[in-house]
Ligand binder design. Sequence first.
Ligand SMILES: Cc1cc2nc3c(=O)[nH]c(=O)nc-3n(C[C@H](O)[C@H](O)[C@H](O)COP(=O)(O)OP(=O)(O)OC[C@H]3O[C@@H](n4cnc5c(N)ncnc54)[C@H](O)[C@@H]3O)c2cc1C
Length: 474
Amino acid sequence: MLSENSPVSSPRIVIIGGGVAGALVAIQLLKRSAPGTVLTLVERTPPVGRGVAYGTNSCAHLLNVPVERMGAFPEAPGDFLRWVGERLGRPRFPAAVAPGDFLPRCIFGEYIAYLLTEARQRADPGIAFTVRTGEVVDLSERSTGDGARVYFADETELVADRVILAIGNLPGEYPVRSGRQVYRSWRYVHVPWQPGAIERIAPDADVLIAGQGLSAADIVLELADQGHRGRIFCLSRRGLRHKPHVPGGVYRDFLAGETAPITLLALFRRIRREVRAAAAGGVSWEGVIDAIRPHSHRLWQALDWRERARFLRHVRPYWEIHRHRLAPETDRRLSALEASGQASFLAGRFVHLEETPDGLRVTYRRRDAAADEFLHVAKLINCTGPRSDYSKYQHPLLVNLLARGLIDHDPLALGVSALPTGQVLRYRGGPIPWFYTLGAPLKGVLWESTAVPEIRRQAVVVADELLGAESGAA
Ligand SMILES: Cc1cc2nc3c(=O)[nH]c(=O)nc-3n(C[C@H](O)[C@H](O)[C@H](O)COP(=O)(O)OP(=O)(O)OC[C@H]3O[C@@H](n4cnc5c(N)ncnc54)[C@H](O)[C@@H]3O)c2cc1C
């Protein structure tokens, strides 16, 4: 068997998934691999570098992180701001840009695609780089234990010495079990990012969105932009909407040098104390939350699985809405739609779904209400947020990886079992020397693992690990 991280002289590296995570790790490898390396980036829905979040064409879909923090490299978070500054006034680009601006997400997709092309042009000519369109459905470990065969849906295959799983988030759960035949109807949209999600809706018809997170905000604004006049309902269990970014000031790095608390109670006491101190100094809670971000992996890892489970049960929904904040413009538009009565954000749960000749009849129960209520809508769009339990998602790749014992879910089923450096752990076993992951699959290990500031760091760490260098970026 291959010993951990044994160098391969002319490695064949396959990256599965060409979203931001796959593209950023490809860029790192193009910069630093030795001649002879054969690098393949596989994406089932090109173009690469955009994925779900940045593949949107709607300029109403704004980044939820200011431009100054969206750079593709951990050592240069302002790189995106610089890049945009060099393109002001071009189609889709703003006429001017300030560090705290929230730009359309499609511009960020263009930035990543540009960086990938540039890295490709600058790479050592001895590195062979291919972008391959295709869907990976299986991996089998070579009998020597030093790599894998990568199988595609079109029945072709590749041999790899190293594989990086960069498949992003899984689609969400179904909103309710009762009335499941509705899920076969065109009136139900399971994946909100798919083209056509808001097509075939009469302008005056009512629409229901399951969830109130960032994807729900996208859909509401897209409907408004296409002149929708009917009512738009968003239903989620707690009815919590993401908070907007406010100019609250930057807060000091209060956790630097501190030992991370080992209980949730101690952690949140510490945060509350700091929020009070910040307020006394005129800094809002947003500054404190942002100051936690660089320490989030360390804080998560200091908690044992019981404490992490407690976090999921009691804190998660509140953490999400405070930590992943909306662009102020997005929030302003949502609030205006709510004030006009067109958009309603409801707290409650789905009870039953039924298709009628002209729509969907949705039975739901408001939080703390004793009786069911009903909505009649033209379409139901599922924006409940990504599911994380890899053992329940029936994509052939994940089913096969589980069956072969090449992945396992972490104890809370938030992602796959892996080391913090991205090396995947075998089912009830140790690290697989040729297999790495980054982004959403590392959520159980790192918690904050799906946004660009975390992914750009992970891309460096995975490249370091894979190229056998010491990582200073974790
Ligand atoms: C609506 C929305 C808005 C967001 N806004 C921001 C933001 O403003 N700032 C921020 O930092 N983060 C934001 N995020 C977080 C976002 O998830 C990350 O920034 C980033 O896009 C994740 O990239 P990824 O490559 O890990 O996943 P993805 O973008 O999901 O890419 C994974 C890719 O893998 C491909 N793939 C999957 N399985 C296979 C297979 N078997 N074979 C071949 N290809 C496969 C998919 O087609 C996909 O293109 C947002 C997320 C969403 C959903």
